[in-house]
Design a protein around this ligand. Sequence first.
Ligand code: PPE
Length: 307
Amino acid sequence: MPITRTDYIWMDGELVRWEEAKVHVLTHALHYGSGVFEGIRAYETAQGAGVFRLTDHINRLFNSAKILMMNIPYRRDELVDAVKRVVAANGLAECYIRPIAYLGYGEMGLNPLPCPVSVAIAAWPWGVYLGDEGVQMGVRLKVSSWVRHDPNAMPPAAKGTALYLNSSLAKVEALKAGYDEAVLLSPQGYVSECTGENIFVVRGERLVTPPVVAGALEGITQACVITIAKDLGVEVDHANLLRSDLYTADEAFLTGTAAEVVPIRSVDDREVGDGTPGPLTRKIQEIFKAATHGQVERYRGWVEHVV
Ligand code: PPE
């Protein structure tokens, strides 16, 4: 998806013009993937732009950094404010926000500890990640031949830039084979997640999503969906799933900040249910959308206003 240029990017404490937001080619993160990032969305609400679960995203960024022993040289509240500043400075009502903390220029080699840590935050308008048709009709998935990270090879709880090489390999394989998205299995063979989304299945009255130990990121959209489902009186479980559980599910969908809530139409050419988005998927999609726009009273706390 092409990037739409905006005016300012926050870099190490100040707003710099978009064109000037550059790094040196010997930046450590470019060579070794030593960065951690977040994907956040802001939505238009009756009170102006609202950043969805901003504090939770910044907290996850700090956890990712902690796992990699990277000391972010800012406090959490400073980065929360910086995100709001970027959205406001660019006059954006709705956008995608990408904070990244990365090891900068100054050291080379595998010991990252002496490297300076830089932080940048960009924001730009970003449409539907898996396509309009995907949101309406559902996406076609393929189980990848690439396996999700073994937690002792790469820590899946860290949203580290290097980890996404695995996602990219799986994404390209799925796209080249004519599918929309890949499902990755854990080294033990359980369903983990998609390349940038968590996965849910509906079985009867129950909603099931794979646990963190299957290598899935603890998704913030996933947490929202769990709350929404429980509030609807639906039972929700974190449980291991086999690929065949995807084939025989009544309904299935993906969740992520970029993707939002997207129905799954088929997995490995087996239609999920009757191949159209199911009623619970539709209901959750609808409530989630209203919540992001600050239109659901009980979920108002999820929206953090820019001004
Ligand atoms: N799993 C992975 C691997 C992942 O990258 C994301 C977010 C999720 C699950 C869902 O997490 P959450 O956004 O908190 O609900 N992926 C981000 C980056 C996607 C990208 O293509 O880059 C995102 O959605 O912003």
